[in-house]
Design a protein around this ligand. Structure first.
Ligand code: C2E
Ligand code: MG
Ligand code: MG
Ligand code: MG
Length: 274
């Protein structure tokens, strides 16, 4: 054994790496079963229109209770992205979300659902067809569906992404860019893409009532978005002070614990009137 490969091995099997590797493996194996076993469910977090105060839409967020233990999507989604399991998982999420939109629609509640789409899902050649097929088979108006895309989805695939976005817009669904500000895209560049809305990342909102720089960033994003004809939503709003600042900045919508946490469908529908 050479000294180099020996030191690599030592590094590879260091406790931390080993634990992380084990956990990834465990999550991959159990997640595959969880889809079949009904251990996954969608929660919904309301969004509020700031000027009018109405709550007419919500975001679907995956929840996984593995034998009673909660495992966060912030942990398992990136793992599923890497293993490819995100594809069947993403299909499952789309079906669940469309089914929920259909139910609310049939009950006369026009509640829009925003569905998180991961980059790998977005890049599937049949992604647009999958959305078109569901609009048809679930019989829901496209205006009740919003897709939350990541900056990576839009940036890394460039021209191909534009065509996908155009095709989705033609179907009549809304498109938003999630976690805006955390990637490398600029608003000027994004404005060349047919998206409707940008979602300011929680990391900017979080300290905006304490840190002037964060506040300046949020204000700039709001102003520029308006000038470009995009609507803006702020995620992770936790305080009244944040909400008031955002309202004064002309931000269109807010979402966050200040308004409501993600919750099961039966709880969220009680927040909606008519
Ligand atoms: P995201 O799409 O940016 O969702 C927002 C996250 O912030 C959610 O975490 C939500 O519970 C949390 N959040 C909302 N308001 C507040 C607040 O006021 N304070 C704090 N501290 N947190 C707040 P969650 O549910 O753990 O999801 C994490 C991420 O996992 C999501 O970020 C999204 O990227 C991904 N994810 C969740 N569900 C899905 C899914 O169905 N498909 C895909 N592809 N990704 C998903
Ligand atoms: Mg989201
Ligand atoms: Mg987000
Ligand atoms: Mg986020």
């Amino acid at each position: 054994e050479s000294a180099i490969s020996a030191s690599k091995q030592v590094h590879y099997f260091s406790n931390d790496d080993g634990d992380r590797h084990q956990r990834r493996l465990m999550i991959t194996q159990r997640l595959e079963k969880a889809i079949d076993d009904g251990a996954l469910t969608l929660y919904f977090q309301p969004k509020q229109h700031l000027a009018e105060g109405q709550v007419k839409s919500c975001e679907s967020l995956l929840r996984w209770f593995d034998d009673g233990t909660f495992i966060s999507p912030a942990e398992f989604i990136p793992i599923a992205e890497r293993s490819g399991l995100i594809l069947p998982l993403g299909e499952w999420v789309l079906d669940q979300a469309f089914d929920q939109v259909r139910r609310w629609h049939q009950q006369g509640k026009g509640i829009q659902i925003a569905i998180n789409i991961s980059p790998r899902q977005f890049m599937q050649p049949d992604f647009v067809q999958g959305i078109a097929r569901r609009l048809d088979s679930y019989g829901v108006p496209p205006s009740l569906i919003e897709l939350e895309l990541t900056e990576t989805s839009v940036m890394e695939t460039g021209a191909a992404a534009r065509q996908v976005l155009v095709a989705l817009r033609e179907l009549g669904v809304s498109l938003s860019i999630d976690d805006f500000g955390t990637g490398y895209s600029s608003l000027a560049y994004l404005s060349g893409f047919p998206v409707d809305k940008i979602k300011i990342d929680r990391s900017f909102v979080q300290y905006m009532d304490e840190q002037p720089e964060q506040q300046a960033i949020v204000l700039t994003i709001c102003q520029l978005a308006k000038n470009l004809g995009l609507s803006v939503i702020a995620e992770g709003v936790e305080t009244e002070a944040q909400r008031e600042l955002l309202a004064s900045f002309g931000c269109d919508y807010i979402q966050g614990y200040w308004l409501a946490k993600p919750m099961p469908a039966n709880e969220v529908e009680q927040l909606f009137v008519g």
